[in-house]
Write a protein that binds this ligand. Structure first.
Ligand SMILES: Nc1ncnc2c1ncn2[C@@H]1O[C@H](COP(=O)(O)OP(=O)(O)O)[C@@H](O)[C@H]1O
Ligand SMILES: [Mg+2]
Length: 335
C-alpha cells in the first residue's frame, strides 16, 4: 500500500503539489489523470525518489520512505521516452539490472527469457540492437526491463504517448492483462481520458497540483465531483438558463437556472426510452453521420445541445427536422 500524507512539493518558489493526501491499495492499477503541467509526473517522481517533498510523508507498506535512496525502494519505472541503453542489444538491456544484482548467468538467462515471453519479445529480437526496433517494440523492452527486477511497485509515466493510435490501443490491452497477471501495484500517469478509463481500477483527477476527485472510472465519468472533472473526462453539454427553465417548467423539477448544468452527449436521445424522463422540443441544426454513430447538434429552448446516437438505419434525422429530445434527468449534473 502507498500513502501520500500532506505531501507538498516545490520547485524553488513554485508549489507544484499542494498538501496532497492519497492512498493507493495493494495490487491496484491507479492512474494520475490531468492536463499537462498539473503535477502528475512530479508526484510520481517523489515516490520513486527523484524528488523530495518539502513537507509531508510518503509511506509504502506503512513505512515512511522519504529518505530512502532510489535503489532501495524497489520501484520499476517506464517513461514516455524509452530510455534504453542504445549501445546494448535487447538481451543486455533486460539483463542489466540482474547483473547489477550479481545473479548467476544461468539465472539471468532464465529470467530474461521468461519476461521476454510475457511481453511478446521474440528470441530473434533479443539479439537485436535496440535502435533496430520500432517504438512499440522499444516500449515493450522498457516495460520488460522494469518488471524483470520484480518491483513491488511499477510506475509508468505516459508510456504510450509516443506511439501511434492503433499501437497505443493494442499495447494498452496487453499492459492491462500483464498487470492483472503479475498483480504489481501500478501507478500510471496520463493526460488521455480514454487510457485512464479503460486501464484503471481507480483514477485521481489532477488540476493545478491538487486532486479534484478520486474514484473508479465509472464514478469519475458518471458522478463527476466537480465541473473540472466533468469537463475533462468526456464530452459534455452545458445546459444554460433557457433549457433549465424549460425543464423546470415542463417537468416540475428544480434545477438552479442561475448556474450551468451538464449532461453527457449520450444522456440525450431522439427516441423515448427507459429513464428518459424529460421531453423537450428541438430542431436539428447539424447531423454528422459516422456510420455506426450519428452526432447531432440541436436547438432547444434557444440553446444548442448535442447528442450522440447509435444510427438506426432509416431514421437518421436531417438538418431542419423537428424532433423530440428525451433526457435522463439522473444524468444531469449541477455543481
Ligand atoms: N524541474 C522543474 N523545475 C521547475 N518547475 C518544474 C520542474 N518540473 C516541473 N515543473 C513545473 O511543475 C509543474 C508540474 O509539472 P509536471 O509534474 O511535470 O506536470 P505533468 O506531469 O502533470 O505534466 C509544471 O508547472 C511544471 O512547469
Ligand atoms: Mg508529466
Amino acid at each position: 500500500m502507498i500513502e501520500y500524507r500532506n505531501v507538498q512539493i516545490n520547485y524553488g518558489n513554485f508549489t507544484a503539489i499542494e498538501k496532497l493526501s492519497l492512498t493507493i491499495e495493494e495490487g491496484e492499477f491507479f492512474t494520475f489523470l490531468g492536463p499537462s503541467g498539473c503535477g502528475k509526473t512530479t508526484l510520481l517522481r517523489s515516490l520513486v525518489g527523484f524528488i523530495s517533498p518539502a513537507s509531508g510523508e510518503i509511506l509504502v507498506d506503512g513505512k515512511v520512505i522519504n529518505n530512502e535512496p532510489v535503489e532501495k525502494r524497489g520501484i520499476g519505472i517506464v517513461f514516455q521516452s524509452y530510455a534504453l541503453f542504445p549501445s546494448m542489444n535487447v538481451f543486455e538491456n533486460l539483463a542489466f539490472g540482474l547483473r547489477v544484482k550479481k545473479l548467476p548467468e544461468a539465472e539471468i538467462r532464465r529470467q530474461v527469457y521468461r519476461i521476454a515471453g510475457k511481453v511478446a519479445i521474440s528470441e530473434d529480437q533479443l539479439s537485436r540492437n535496440v535502435s533496430e526496433l520500432s517504438g512499440g517494440q522499444q516500449q515493450r523492452v522498457a516495460l520488460a526491463r522494469a518488471i524483470v527486477l520484480e518491483p513491488r511497485i511499477l510506475c509508468l509515466d505516459e508510456p504510450l504517448s509516443n506511439l501511434d493510435a492503433k499501437l497505443r490501443v493494442d499495447l494498452r490491452g496487453e499492459l492491462k492483462r500483464l498487470q492483472k497477471e503479475l498483480g504489481i501495484t501500478t501507478l500510471y500517469v496520463t493526460h488521455d481520458q480514454e487510457e485512464a478509463l479503460t486501464l484503471s481500477d481507480r483514477i485521481a483527477v489532477f488540476n493545478h497540483g491538487t486532486i479534484e476527485q478520486v474514484g473508479t472510472p465509472y464514478e469519475i465519468y458518471s458522478h463527476s465531483a466537480t465541473e473540472f472533472v466533468c469537463d475533462f473526462i468526456g464530452d459534455i453539454n452545458r445546459l444554460g438558463p433557457g433549457i433549465l427553465a424549460a425543464i423546470n417548467a415542463k417537468e416540475k423539477r428544480r434545477f438552479d437556472t442561475g448556474r450551468e448544468a451538464f449532461i453527457r452527449l449520450e444522456g440525450i436521445e431522439t427516441h423515448p426510452g427507459e429513464h428518459l424522463d424529460i421531453l423537450l422540443e428541438a430542431k436539428v441544426l447539424e447531423a454528422e453521420y459516422y456510420g455506426a454513430l450519428t452526432k447531432y447538434t440541436f436547438e432547444a429552448a434557444g440553446e444548442k445541445i448535442k447528442s450522440i446516437e447509435k444510427s438506426r438505419g432509416t431514421t437518421v434525422c436531417k438538418a431542419g427536422d423537428k424532433v423530440p429530445l428525451y433526457l435522463d434527468s439522473r444524468a444531469i449534473m449541477q455543481f
